[in-house]
Ligand binder design. Structure first.
Ligand SMILES: O=C(O)CCC(=O)C(=O)O
Length: 268
């Protein structure tokens, strides 16, 4: 395990609590080469469940793929041996942290597919407040193609209706428990978006509404998102396939996630 880091301050933790998002500069810079090796392998060997999006009129594709850490040793090394757990515990104020899953987003040059505004939590088989996603771009990212997060939206009392990105239809057949996405662009929300360098990470709560503009630039964009859960997070049966979907997870509402699938990577 790496030593305790001091790349971020109490102010970052306060900002995370208030806004549901914070940028941490340079915290993973020593891991970029390792993760790039993993991503290069991943590009050539996507999983059978990888999704490919394409926008008419644009030449590039956008590939996304979930839950590959057990077959890509570089991802596993990062998850188990970096400061991911320590930082997650600090941001979520948790006594222990479990690894939930990874998500790879590979946007070819001029791929033209945007990531619509959404919350991640409604797609997941969990509930709770002590959560964190680390959006970790592997190359420098201009602000215009970086993640954008609507500050404070993690505090909504109800979840935003999730949709399938390909057709904008409701993700679940029964969607009555959800509320409509507010008008983020023209609402009273402060949009947090930063240009980034390799090693910087945007950390955000599973409930924070976020999205990303299309990569219309002439360079590729590779991002790894690592998702962690803290003390109050529990299994939630959505009575439908989730994304990612954990087939045969065999858990009941209110249970902590099983540790053989979702390892505890940090404990105090
Ligand atoms: O990079 C993107 O296009 C969006 C990433 C995202 O939605 C996430 O990491 O949860």
């Amino acid at each position: 395990m790496e030593k305790m880091i001091n790349y971020f301050s109490d102010t970052d933790i306060e900002n995370y609590k208030r806004d549901g998002v914070v940028i941490l500069r340079g915290v993973f810079k020593d891991w970029i080469k390792v993760l790039e090796r993993g991503a290069n392998f991943h590009n050539k060997n996507p999983s059978a469940s990888a999704l490919v999006h394409k926008q008419d009129g644009f030449r590039g594709k956008f590939l996304e793929d979930f839950c590959n850490w057990r077959r890509i040793p570089e991802y596993e090394d990062f998850i188990l041996n970096s400061n991911l757990g320590t930082i997650s515990a600090a941001l979520t104020q948790s006594k222990s942290v479990q690894f939930f899953h990874d998500h790879y987003l590979f946007k070819e040059a001029e791929s033209g597919v945007e990531t619509p505004w959404h919350q991640d939590m409604p797609y997941y088989c969990v509930e709770g407040d002590q959560t964190v996603s680390f959006w970790l771009p592997l190359e420098s990212r201009e602000k215009s193609v970086s993640l954008k997060c609507a500050a404070g939206t993690h505090k909504f009392s109800k979840e935003i209706r999730p949709t399938s990105w390909s057709n904008n239809k409701s993700f679940y057949e029964n969607d009555t428990a959800f509320i409509d996405l507010p008008d983020i662009e023209n609402g009273d929300f402060a949009i947090k978006q930063w240009s980034t360098k390799p090693g910087d990470v945007v950390a955000f709560n599973f409930k924070t509404i976020h999205g990303a503009n299309a990569n219309i630039l002439s360079s590729i964009s590779r991002t790894l998102s690592f998702r962690l859960i803290g003390d109050d997070v529990r299994y939630r049966d959505r009575k439908a396939r989730t994304s990612p979907n954990f087939e045969s997870i065999n858990q009941n509402n209110g249970e902590r996630l099983r540790e053989d699938w979702f390892p505890v990577i940090w404990t105090n």
